[in-house]
Structures are given as C-alpha cells and as structure tokens.
Write a protein that binds this ligand. Structure first.
Ligand SMILES: NC(=O)c1ccc[n+]([C@@H]2O[C@H](COP(=O)([O-])OP(=O)(O)OC[C@H]3O[C@@H](n4cnc5c(N)ncnc54)[C@H](O)[C@@H]3O)[C@@H](O)[C@H]2O)c1
Length: 466
C-alpha cells in the first residue's frame, strides 16, 4: 500500500496559499505544510486577516488550518517531513543581466531546488507549481540529483491556472488540471490528490515540456484576446462603432466565444506580461524571431492602451490636468483581489502625476502603504532610486481615502480603473453634486451606466466609444 501523502509547499503567495488550502480542505487526511521565507506573510496566514483577499478563501483556510494545514517559516523541517514538495515561489521578469526585461528570474526556483537537495533523504516527488520557461525541469532535476544524502527525486510540472479574484471557484471546479512528468507512478500519486474532488477526465497528463509550455501558451492566448479587442476599441473610437456591441457580435460566433472580450484600459496582474515576455525570450533563444515578434505585439498593444487612456483624459480636460483633482476609483489590477502587480492603475496614475494632476485614490481592498510604494516604484529609475523631486510629487499630489464619494468630492474628473461592483452602484446624484463642472468620468472598464450618468449631467468617456 502507498504511504500517506505528506505535502510541503514552498511559497505562501497568491498561488501557494490558496492551492494548498484547497488541497487541505478537500483531503483532510493529507498533511499540508506551507512554508515561506517571509515571516510576516506567514504570520498573516496564521491570523484572522489573510495576506491576500479572495472571495471565499477565509472559509477554506479556517476549515483546514490547525487540522491538516499549517503555515510556517521552518522550511527545512517541512521539506524533510514531506514526500511531495510543491515549488510555488515567484518567477518575476529579470531586472538585470542577460535577458533583462524579458527572461524569467529563476533565482528563487534554483534556491528551492538546492535547499530540497541539501535537506532531503529517501524519495520525494518535486512539483513545479510556479510558471516556468520550457525545460526548467531539466535544471531542477540536475540540481536535485546532486544531493549528497542519496535522496532520489521525480520531478513533475503542474502549472496553476487559477485566476485571482475567482481563485476558490477555479480551484474547486477547474477546467482542467495539468500534470507533466516522466514517471507514471509519480503522476498517478499527484493525480490521486486532485482526483479527490476533480473528475478524472479533467486531469490531463503530458510530457514535462508540453506541460511547462502549455502554461505560457495559455496566458499568451488569453492576453492576446484582450489586446485584440483593445486594438478594435481604438478603431471604434475613431469610427463611431461601439466596442461592446462589436464584442457581443463577434463573441456569439461559437468559434470565437464570448469570454475575455471585454475592452478595458489594459490587462494587468503579475502573470500575463511576464509570461508573454518569457515566451518572447524563449522564441528569440531558439532563433524564432517572427514568432517572438508576433507575441511581443500583445504587450506593445497593452502598453499603448494604457498610454492612450491617460492621453485621452488629458486631451479631453482641455489639454491640462495640472493642479486638477482627479478621483481614482480602483487601484487593484482587477476586482475581488488586493493584488496590484502590473495594475493599469499604476501606469495611469504615473502618467497623470507627470502632468501634475492631484490624485485622490480609493480602492476597497488595497492598503494606502501599498498604493504609495507602487507609485514610488513607478517613478524610480532602473536602479530603484527615487529622486527627491518625484518623492515630493507623490507626497504632495497623492491622497488615499477610504470612500468613493470622498474621493470624488470637489474633483474635476473620476477615472474608473478597477471594475469593483460598488462603482456600478454609486448614487450618481450624490457624486455629481460634489464634483466640479464639467464633471468628467473616464471609464477604463466600461462598467458605469453611461446613459444614466449622462442624464445626471456627467460627461462620460468610455473605452471604445467615440
Ligand atoms: N498570481 C497568480 O494569479 C498566478 C497564477 C498562476 C500561476 N502563477 C505563478 O505562480 C508562481 C507564484 O506566484 P505568486 O503570485 O503566488 O507569487 P507571490 O510573490 O505572491 O508568492 C511567492 C512567495 O514565494 C516566497 N519565496 C520566494 N523564494 C523563496 C524561497 N527560496 N523559500 C521560501 N519562500 C520563498 C516569497 O516570499 C513569496 O511569498 C509564479 O511563478 C507565477 O507566475 C501565479
């Protein structure tokens, strides 16, 4: 009989935390230890205020924590105890050296592999959960095989497809779980875990390289759809077509489908841009220059969309926003998360601050300290140095408030940058009465009721509508 599965997950972030909480919830007899270098993150996982906001996550964690789910910074002990080790650490874009701005920084992955090699004995299954360039498993295997303790390993690729904001539902009812590997026995062990709640036909198995590449390809295809509809939105604004009507018309074609056709100020999040750039770098490495250029255009279009939105605000407001108060509604990269990585809001705020606008920012889930540190980062140079001038600009021109109405008070304009549901339901008269005239709304998510707001007296500007 198989020995009981004992899991360790290295990395307690947006992926490690929720995925392991779900495994622990669904498999009460499987021990799940989540470990991280970041002690304050671990402390938050052990508290009533989790480090990440996801609808439904509190309940999942509460059910399993203390029963078969633990969070700690005792990485070595957790590795030693486990027979299945997930690596769910961050793989950001390199900010230095060869491949800067494109390649994935694999430093954290390599450190994990070395630590696993150093403190393991017996046989362990190592699962790549992080998103990685194709053939990373080869490097991981080589490092693991250098273990001096005689330990042996199977390496599996099991990329995560959850979307932030719907992580709990995505983990409960995934479209598919992908497991790539060489050892059928190891694949079966991992499939056995997911098989507790996921139908067998949704657990796909492939070779290692197909699995690693599928994750990059999936994100590239998703981001490509957003950039495609955003490209059409620019043409709609120029011609009088309405991008939502066009999206509906093309999305009803069953070959195209309706999902991911919502035009916006641009995609954000920690993954899309990073993973496409990683794909572009890989293609370049293999001499596939046309393929690299093809995918890079998805990121170029996204940058264009963010810039275009900021420029439209400035040109509409009589070519100057200097000293004008602009309410920023939403700072997270999408609704139902507190994650701001690569959020379009950071870029738009940066552009408006460069024009010397005064920003009053409100987001229901993002802390003021995070907003300020993101803006400081946006103004820092390549070495991370923030000039006194920019520091001063952020201090004097940025206010963070706890209420959408307070943000809009005395404002010349509102920019909707995250599609939080509460922005759809605001009391239009109350907002309008508090604002300067003309009262502009720039809807970067096409969520407000344009005709109602126009009737109220607002001048409403949406994406993809002239
Ligand atoms: N965020 C998403 O929606 C998402 C979805 C699918 C896949 N992914 C991929 O999953 C991976 C993790 O993403 P994330 O958003 O959870 O990142 P994250 O930054 O939220 O979390 C990573 C965690 O790993 C920890 N860590 C780094 N090196 C460590 C080490 N050597 N030992 C222990 N802990 C270490 C960090 O302290 C951090 O808490 C990335 O490769 C990402 O591309 C992310």
């Amino acid at each position: 009989m198989d020995s009981p599965i004992k899991i360790c997950c290295i990395g307690a972030g947006y992926v490690g935390g929720p995925t392991m909480a779900m495994i622990a919830k669904q498999c009460p007899d499987v021990e799940v230890h989540v470990v991280d270098l970041n002690q304050s993150r671990i402390d938050q996982w052990n508290s009533d205020e989790l480090p990440i906001y996801e609808p439904g996550l509190d309940e999942v964690v509460r059910e399993a924590r203390g029963r078969n789910l633990t969070f700690s910074s005792r990485i070595e002990a957790a590795i030693q105890h486990a027979n299945m080790i997930f690596i769910a650490v961050n793989t950001p874009t390199k900010s230095f050296g060869i491949g800067v701005g494109r390649a994935a920084n694999l430093e954290f992955i390599e450190k994990c592999a070395r630590q696993i090699a150093e403190c393991s004995t017996g046989h362990k299954i190592v699962v790549e959960k992080s998103t990685l360039p194709v053939r990373t498993a080869e490097a991981v295997k080589r490092i693991l095989n250098s273990s001096a303790n005689g330990a042996t390993f199977d390496v599996l690729s099991n990329p995560e497809f959850l979307a932030e904001g719907t992580a709990v539902q995505d983990l409960l009812y995934p479209d598919r779980v992908l497991i790539g590997g060489e050892s059928q026995e190891a694949i079966n062990r991992l499939a056995q875990v997911y098989g507790r709640w996921i139908p067998k036909d949704r657990i796909l198995t492939t070779n290692l390289w197909s699995s690693e590449l599928s994750k990059l390809a999936a994100n590239a295809f998703l981001a490509q759809r957003v950039s495609s509809i955003n490209a059409i939105s620019a043409l709609c604004e120029a011609t009088g077509a309405d991008v939502d009507e066009v999206a509906k018309a093309i999305g009803t074609d069953s070959r195209i489908g309706p999902k991911f056709l919502k035009s916006s100020v641009g995609f954000g999040g920690s993954c899309f841009q990073k993973d496409i750039l990683n794909l572009v770098y890989l293609c370049e490495n293999f001499g596939l220059h046309e393929v690299a250029q093809y995918w890079e255009q998805v990121v170029i279009m996204n940058d264009y969309q963010k810039r275009r939105f900021s420029e439209r605000i400035v040109s509409t407001m009589f070519n100057t926003v200097s000293d004008k108060k602009i309410a920023i509604w939403g700072f997270a990269f999408k609704k139902d998360t507190n994650d701001t990585r690569e959020s379009a809001a950071i870029h738009v705020c940066h552009n408006l601050l460069e024009e010397r606008a005064r920003l009053v920012i409100y987001d229901p889930r993002v802390h003021e300290s995070k907003i300020r540190s993101d803006l400081k980062m946006a103004f820092s140079d390549v070495n991370g140095v923030l000039s006194d001038k920019h520091k001063q600009l952020i201090e004097t021109n940025v206010t963070v408030v706890q209420d959408a109405y307070v943000a809009a008070k005395e404002a010349h304009a509102i920019a909707v940058l995250t599609e939080w549901d509460e922005f759809k339901q605001v009391d239009a008269k109350r907002v309008f009465d508090g604002m300067r005239r003309p009262a502009f709304i720039f809807d970067g998510r096409n969520i407000v009721d344009r005709s109602k707001l126009t009737q109220q007296g607002f001048e409403v500007h949406c994406i993809g509508r002239s």
